[in-house]
Design a protein around this ligand. Structure first.
Ligand SMILES: Nc1ncnc2c1ncn2[C@@H]1O[C@H](COP(=O)(O)OP(=O)(O)OP(=O)(O)O)[C@@H](O)[C@H]1O
Length: 900
């Protein structure tokens, strides 16, 4: 094996000719720019130079030095082979990409070329976040997409996005105009995104910023649409996929995706499925801001817990959870397709005993899509074969159960058919061949069942017979030497040997035993010998073992081939299992959470009775409280000019955000094919949902909160259609009162007059409620509160009419604003209200600040009340929402003081 790549003894301090190994290292490094090079040295992967610095810091491992280059120390760190997987996982999670460079010849071969020759090495795999296949590197319940974004200029730029989960083989592509690129990226949520610099810049001109953390800038050549056609045919076969069926941008995106995956696998055949061509209009458009505001798959803080998905995901298999997440990210727009899904849920809901049995059966079905990919990439092991065998068996059982269903809907019939076609003969073969608990790797052997292969059994018998031979030999040697404590033992260094206690060792060194026993080792208490007979035995055992390993490897490969020959059937089985899991889970959800079936059609209806927010409901229930269900009716018709717009007023904390969001979530759940948390829901399919709720809670990156709010409002006004559902919360709040009010006013008018979409608009500008008099489809609604001894009690109930006031001061009191501040605020409010109603009244200056305060409570600094308030605030005890509300109070007081 090689020594150090860089010879520390002979490395001079000045520029030098490279040692052969250094030359090899640099050569490999140069063709893999952007990757940390894991350079195989014996039992370690070693990293050098900057790679070593990066890895040692990222992994918390020691950085050492090995030799010199150009007079400088060479930094080095290493990870042992057996732990490499864990280190890789950490590096990938931190966004690094790794090139794994192995020794690709036997060191003995290298020696033959001369003593100074270097063992050949080559990169066998590029490991990146988007090209992983190993279970322990992947999240079980989430997809892991690699995406490639292409641009083909036709005067105006046309884009396409291709994406694949390399671990499951799922592949898809979609043509996109520039203005939906960001939405689609948000939906697919890739872990790695390939694009050229030109594409990145063209999108930036369109105000679409590609996520820097995921972006891998690749050579534009990778996107050549002509080469792409060849790659597509090469990957899937001309008889399976016709490249000309895709648009030029789609071909280019697929071509780049395939090239990158192929390169990462270094020549291993691809295990991707023929790409599905998706259409933008096929699913509900939900932009990034809406996804984040509605916390569909993850919360705004980034975790899955607290998201809608987490609340509704009762799937019992990881592929089921992955499918549900994908469906929730892309609800359907075709009522027929939605209803077909709902029919499956309804049928299972109607048969709870069957559904429970199906779920119990599904629970033990292994994740075969990933096992199949590993086998295709020759990275699989006997456990993958077992998983596939078990899953096929389960699929058969589940098909039988489904077959017992009376009047199954079309969707379940199709699932049952796919399950019944699972290749049972293959499963029987796998079951008869592989042990129940095999080792991870085929090369470890001992996984084929006894009785499966005669030749293998014969070799194994030889190996085990030798055990008996050893015992017999030991007995004979005891007799011959008369050393009763003589033992035949085995270890890795000596192989088989004879061991006697030290006290008897001398006897074997003398005649007549001297000839037979060759001394190998003297220990404190024992002496060890070998004999010719033992060496012979050793050889026989080793040969038998080698032979059995070889036979097992042949069996493994044959079974692997049989599995791969059934790839299409197995994928269909896996798809059907995942889909059944999703329907069964949604039926279980509907039953346990009291959801009902939504009525979905092509109308412009949006009528929800007793609607609930599934996540807040669970949260409130955990505190022992009941969620207050609310109705919403935004239904309209073309003849009326579109849907209705509800203006919702009411205090902070009154439940406006919850109410607004729950209606968007109900629409999304319904079009996903799920029952919904409402007593009744009638929804004409929604083509886009826009939700801007609580934007001021977000810390805007680089743009002020108000700017973000305006950019997002602009997007809604430009893109919403009559079929859209728009949910807006406190538009215009982040600027001066009159500017904000005017913007909010004009926005409501535009939504009503031009867009005609169904909309919920929450606001603190009570002036807006006057619009209901002039705009026919605008109506006023309010969150009910009850005042009790000066305090406010939130009823969380939506009622007709407008709120007469905002209860800001009462809420500020709940938030713990100091009493002097509250008192002063009440005075100011009274004055302001009186002034705006035109009543002759005192001016602000007439009122002494904090009048009636005893002097000790109101120190001299009260000339600057804002300062005083700040002194008394306890920021740590405030929620962001409370803090913002207090800030608004501050601004109001300051503005009022300025004007008066
Ligand atoms: N329908 C409901 N039933 C029971 N509790 C509710 C309901 N709606 C909201 N709540 C409770 O009230 C809290 C505040 O609700 P929400 O954030 O929707 O109020 P808001 O009016 O939007 O306030 P803000 O304007 O300050 O964001 C929720 O966290 C929840 O605990």
């Amino acid at each position: 094996m090689d020594q150090a790549p860089f010879d520390s003894q002979s490395a001079p301090a000045a520029p030098v000719a490279l040692t052969p190994m250094m030359a090899q290292y640099f050569e490999i490094k140069a063709i893999n720019p952007g990757y940390l090079l894991f350079y195989r040295m014996g039992d370690f992967y070693e990293l050098f130079f900057e790679d070593a610095e990066i890895a040692s810091q990222a992994l918390g491992i020691v950085l050492t030095k090995r030799g010199k280059h150009l007079g400088e120390d060479i930094q080095m760190c290493g990870v042992p082979i057996h732990a490499a997987q864990d280190y890789l996982k950490k590096l990938i999670a931190l966004g690094h990409r790794v090139a794994v460079c192995e020794q690709v010849e036997d060191p003995a071969e290298a020696k033959k070329r001369g003593s100074k020759s270097v063992v050949k090495r080559d990169v066998v795999r590029l490991v990146t976040a988007g090209t992983l296949t190993e279970d322990d590197l992947l999240p079980a319940r989430a997809s892991n997409f690699l995406a490639a974004l292409s641009m083909v200029r036709h005067g105006e730029a046309d884009f396409a996005l291709a994406w694949a989960d390399v671990s499951t083989g799922e592949t898809a592509v979609i043509d996109l105009p520039a203005n939906v690129v960001a939405d689609e990226l948000a939906r697919i949520d890739p872990v790695e995104l390939l694009a050229s610099e030109a594409t990145r810049m063209a999108l930036a001109e369109n105000h679409v910023i590609l996520p820097a953390g995921l972006l891998v800038k690749v050579d534009p050549d990778l996107f050549d649409s002509e080469k792409a056609a060849e790659r597509i045919v090469g990957a899937f076969g001309a008889e399976v996929v016709d490249p000309s069926a895709y648009s030029r941008p789609s071909r280019a995106a697929l071509g780049a995706l395939l090239a990158y995956v192929l390169d990462s696998q270094k020549g291993t055949a691809l295990a991707l499925r023929a790409p599905t061509a998706e259409r933008v209009a096929g699913h509900m458009a939900i932009d990034q801001a809406t996804r984040s505001s509605l916390e569909l798959l993850e919360t705004q803080r980034g975790g899955r817990k607290g998201s809608l998905l987490n609340e509704i995901d009762l799937c019992v298999t990881p592929p089921g959870s992955r499918l549900l997440a994908r469906r929730l990210a892309a609800p359907l727009c075709d009522p027929t397709a939605v209803n077909a899904r709902l029919d499956c849920v309804s049928a299972l809901l109607d048969q709870p005993v069957l559904n429970e049995r199906l779920r119990t059966g599904l629970k033990s079905v292994p994740d075969i899509t990933r096992a199949l990919t590993r086998l295709a990439l020759d990275r699989g092991g006997p456990r993958d074969l077992n998983a596939i065998g078990a899953a096929i068996g389960q699929a058969g059982d589940l098909a039988t159960r489904l077959g017992q269903m009376s009047e199954a809907p079309q969707g379940l019939v199709a699932i049952g058919k796919a399950l019944s076609e699972a290749p049972q003969a293959l499963a029987a073969e796998l079951r008869s061949a592989i042990d129940e608990e095999p080792p991870l790797l085929a090369r470890d052997g001992d996984f084929v069942r006894r009785g499966y292969d005669n030749a293998l059994d014969a070799e194994r018998a030889l190996a085990s017979e030798t055990r008996e031979v050893v015992a017999a030999l030991q007995a004979r040697l005891i007799e011959e030497t008369e050393v009763k404590s003589l033992k035949i033992r085995h270890n890795g260094v000596l192989g088989y040997f004879v061991e006697v206690p030290a006290a008897h060792g001398g006897r074997l060194l003398e005649d007549p035993h001297r000839e037979q026993f060759i001394h190998r080792q003297t220990l404190a208490n024992a002496m060890r010998f070998t004999t010719g007979e033992l060496a012979d035995l050793e050889g026989r055992i080793a040969r038998a073992y080698e032979a059995s390993l070889e036979i097992e490897a042949r069996i493994f490969n044959r079974l692997r081939e049989s599995v791969l020959a059934n790839t299409d059937l197995l994928r269909a089985t896996a798809d059907a299992l995942a889909e059944l899991d999703v329907h069964a889970a949604l039926a279980h959800l509907a039953a346990t959470r009291n959801f009902s079936r939504p009525q979905i059609d092509n109308s412009l209806a949006f009528r929800i009775e007793a609607g609930r927010h599934p996540v807040v409901e669970a949260m409130v229930a955990a505190d022992g409280n009941a969620f207050v269900a609310n109705e919403a009716d935004l239904s309209g018709t073309e003849a009326q000019g579109g849907g209705k717009l509800w203006l919702v007023t009411g205090p902070n904390m009154g439940g406006k955000s919850t109410f607004l969001r729950q209606n968007a979530l109900i629409a999304i759940l319904a079009q996903t094919g799920s029952y919904v948390p409402a007593a009744l829901a009638h929804i004409g399919v929604v083509d886009r949902v826009f939700s801007r709720v609580g934007a001021s809670d977000d810390i805007a990156h680089g743009r002020s909160t108000f700017m973000v709010e305006m950019v997002e409002t602009a997007a809604i006004l430009n893109r919403a259609t009559r079929r859209s559902l728009v949910i807006l919360d406190e538009i215009g709040r982040g600027t001066a009162t009159f500017d904000g009010l005017s913007i909010a006013w004009a926005t409501v008018e535009a939504l009503h007059e031009t867009t005609g979409c169904r909309a919920l608009f929450a606001t603190h500008f009570h002036e807006l409620t006057a619009l209901s008099k002039t705009l026919s489809r605008v109506s006023n609604h309010t969150m009910k509160v009850r005042e009790w001894e000066g305090d406010v009690v939130f009823l969380h109930e939506v009622a007709e009419g407008a709120a007469d006031r905002s209860y800001g001061i009462q809420v500020a009191k709940l938030a713990g604003l100091p009493e002097p501040v509250l008192r002063r605020a009440r005075q100011v409010l009274t004055l302001l209200e009186a002034r705006s109603s035109g009543a002759p009244t005192l001016v602000l200056d007439d009122l002494p600040l904090f009048a009636h305060q005893p002097p000790q409570q109101m120190p001299a600094a009260s000339a600057d009340p804002l300062n005083d308030m700040l002194d008394q605030l306890r920021p740590d005890e405030l929620t962001p929402r409370q803090a913002i509300d207090i800030l608004y109070e501050f601004k109001k007081i300051r503005d009022a003081a300025r004007r008066s």
